[in-house]
Ligand binder design. Sequence first.
Ligand code: SF4
Length: 323
Amino acid sequence: MKRERQADSNPFPYSDSNKRYYTYDYYLRQTYGEKCAKISLDAGLSCPNIDGTCGEGGCIYCSPAGSGDFTQGASLTIREQYERQIALMTAKWPCRFFIPYLQAHTNTYASVSRLREIYEETLSLSGAVALHIATRADCLPDDVLSLLAEVAEKIDLTVELGLQSIHDRTAQAIGRGHTYADFCRGFSDLRSASKKIRIAVHLINGLPEEDQSMMLESAVAVGELHPEQIKFHLLHVLRHTRMAALLESGRYEPMSEDAYVSTLVRQLERTPDDIVIGRVTGDGAKADLLAPLWSLKKFCVMNHLDRMLFEENTWQGKRTHSP
Ligand code: SF4
């Protein structure tokens, strides 16, 4: 007798596989007709949490590369970084469409004229079908919002906002430098700036002193804001960060794989089904990762998640209308 595959009984509407959540891969294939590759870039900008404007030393987990560990580095131009990374990637995985991603540091934190130069350079890259810009919700002044609205007329634009947690006590502990109220203001300003701008919100599970109920509250609150995309990360403790010192002193206990996957399941169940899930794990720079080491087996974690969703017969959005 033929064994039933997980995909055969998948009730989730935005999927053509066994995935019971709205993957970014599915979204890209539906939107552009084929797989696209995201190319991480470093425009050489800084961050108000690093230069002393609202903090020094950065968020407690931020790497010296400003969370842009997979770029080719700002000593190269944006075009050089883009072309080099595509050459490396397409040698293993042929691909025609690309998504430049201004990832390192805060990519709306400069004068409008400097930002215009950077965005225009990314718009001119060949094969680029969309643009992602990573920033913070407290770095969206009116003139930058107008520029983003202008860019969104020229290319599919997603602005990625690092929130990590809705809890202000956590924001203080990690040195995020702005409150949840500041985040909501920035989110709403971005929404009003242009209907064409897609918004992605980043959340991190496993932040110091957060339990599962707090992580769930963050996912529910962000689901209610209804961005187009949510990225769920696992907190990676990297060498040369303040988190590394916390780990070494024994004052931080990393999440176990079971706790992480079961938290994700509960979060996905309460996330509206039409929100794209940009990530379900983080990608730490392998050489610098101190903990949790189980996260290095990314495909095992993703399979664990698929299995648990299947075994519990649940999926993204299943509990958005019930407690
Ligand atoms: S906001 Fe981003 S770039 Fe700035 S310190 Fe925090 S993680 Fe690093």
